[in-house]
Design a protein around this ligand. Structure first.
Ligand code: NAD
Length: 294
């Protein structure tokens, strides 16, 4: 996959400096990954505590690498020095690519993208990390929709190798090439996909979750399903994976998938996922989902 990606990346701009909007779970992870791979990154949020949290998470990951003897304290300081936390747009004129990783709300993303478009040079790629919103739709309010595409990382960013690069209806070949190159520079495996609900990975994952829901609905113990899938060789079963993804996040994505593919993804009936959500069990993020976390 990366041989094809490398060829494609040669047609794009080499990203020397990047930016990320949002210093949350994903934005913080993207900043860490970029800085670790030697690419400077401006990390912008609207809240100072979010910036502090994003930086401290990066420092924690780097600290673990020092403990394992993989990094020196000087390397750690240099890596952190490549992340520039900010509440403003001051440095955005210097960057080659911006990843948008703010909250998953279409109106917020559209407003943020229109705002940032006015702060960057033409040709700077804007890439959204959205999981469920159409890239073509997000481009609607932009002056330069050709410079916009999706760049969908998975959580946790530093561990998950795949990155989906999503081509919207108006995305230029150059924007795709630049984003593919950036993903490679971050040590990831980019895959270029078309814009559709769920892109590639969630189109596969959510029918799998739906099958899991059906089995649990028929009375099969979720623990048995998880154990069997582990024996099958997968790193974790569907119940545990849903807890990792977040029950609320998965619930929202399942509804989007059902709307996008009504013939294949019926989400109208009761399900184990809905029951967890209604019980306020959101998975690892609040300490209880299918499993309990202490
Ligand atoms: P999060 O809630 O942890 O972080 C969002 C951050 O965006 C917050 O720090 C918030 O202060 C900041 N923010 C809000 N408005 C902003 C603005 N106008 N400018 C700058 N920052 C702003 O969310 P997250 O889990 O990191 O998700 C971010 C995006 O990544 C969403 O689109 C989500 O769908 C997507 N995503 C999430 C996951 C996941 O597993 N968490 C995986 C893949 C993709």
């Amino acid at each position: 996959v990366n041989r094809i990606a490398k060829k494609l990346a040669r047609e794009g701009v080499h990203v020397r400096a990047s930016a990320v909007l949002g210093a949350g779970i994903m934005g913080g992870g993207i900043a860490y990954q970029s800085a670790s791979r030697g690419v400077r990154i401006v990390m912008k949020d609207i809240a100072e505590p979010a910036l502090e949290l994003g930086l401290s998470e990066a420092a924690k990951l780097l600290g673990k690498r020092i403990e394992r003897g993989k990094l020196t304290p000087a390397d750690m300081a240099a890596t952190l020095g490549r992340i520039r936390p900010t509440l403003g747009y001051g440095d955005f004129g210097e960057v080659d690519l911006v990843v948008e990783a703010v909250v998953e709300k279409e109106e917020v993303k559209k407003a943020v993208l229109a705002d940032v478009e006015g702060r960057v040079r033409p040709g700077t790629v804007l890439a959204s990390n959205t999981s469920t919103i159409s890239i073509t739709r997000l481009a609607e309010g932009l002056q330069r929709p050709g410079d916009f595409c999706g760049m969908h990382f998975f959580n946790p960013v530093h561990k998950m190798p795949l990155v989906e690069v999503i081509r919207g209806a108006l995305t230029s070949d150059a924007a795709v090439a630049t984003t593919v190159g950036y993903a490679l520079a971050l040590g990831k495996t980019p895959v270029v996909v078309n814009d559709c609900p769920g892109f590639l990975v969630n189109r596969i994952l959510f029918p799998y979750f739906a099958a899991f829901n059906l089995l649990v609905g028929e009375g099969v113990d979720f623990l048995r399903i998880d154990r069997l899938l582990e024996k099958f060789g997968w790193p974790m079963g569907p119940a545990y994976l849903l807890d990792v993804v977040g029950i609320d996040t998965a619930r929202h994505a399942a509804a989007v998938m059902a709307k996008g593919f009504p013939d294949r993804m019926d989400d109208s009936g009761p399900s184990a996922l809905k029951a967890m959500f209604e019980a306020g069990r959101f998975g690892q993020k609040n300490g209880k989902g299918f499993y309990r976390y202490v």
